[in-house]
Ligand binder design. Structure first.
Ligand SMILES: [Ca+2]
Length: 175
């Protein structure tokens, strides 16, 4: 019977309702986890328990500059982004350097917002583990982009029609 089973890919893709662009800028006064008095920090972003981004490792630096960008699609705004920092250790389990949550519901939308996340170890909430600087842009996604394009064309068509450039538009449309 048609219609039973997994939905087609296009249908699933259109269920992503928001786009979250993140610019991971830098860390400030991160925790020491290595014997030499430094750490090799990297950052993980997790959403609903799933890793969605992992930054580069910056060796021996407690004030690392990443300047890495990523874009994540979100189905809803109720799940916060879980941000975790680790110290890379060759051949050993990486050490935890603190975590923070980014709450999406509180974010102003369609604007690039600077965010400072204060890192905490839930097991030792008194410890100062430094902070991360990011900027985030949360944009609602349209279910269908056809309508908007049509409207844009209509506007262009009308403007150009009045100024006598209608033939250029018709040519561009057929490309
Ligand atoms: Ca290390």
């Amino acid at each position: 019977m048609p219609g039973i089973g997994a939905p087609p890919t296009s249908e699933r893709a259109s269920s992503s309702m928001y786009k979250l662009e993140i610019d991971l800028k830098r860390g400030n006064n991160l925790a020491v986890r290595d014997r030499g008095g430094s750490s090799d920090p990297y950052v993980k972003f997790k959403l609903s328990g799933k890793e969605v981004f992992r930054s580069k490792t910056i060796h021996k630096n407690l004030n690392p500059v990443w300047d890495e960008k990523t874009t994540i699609t979100l189905d809803c705004l109720s799940d916060p982004l879980y941000v975790k920092v680790f110290d890379y250790d060759f051949g050993l389990q990486d050490d935890f350097m603190g975590s923070a949550y980014l709450y999406m519901e509180a974010l102003e939308q369609q604007r690039c917002i600077p965010v400072t996340l204060v890192l905490k170890d839930p097991q030792h909430p008194d410890q100062d583990l430094g902070s991360l600087d990011l900027s985030v842009t949360l944009t609602p996604q349209r279910q269908s982009c056809g309508g908007e394009e049509g409207l844009h064309f209509h506007r262009t068509y009308t403007d150009h029609h009045h100024s006598g450039f209608i033939r250029v538009d018709v040519k561009a449309l057929s490309l």
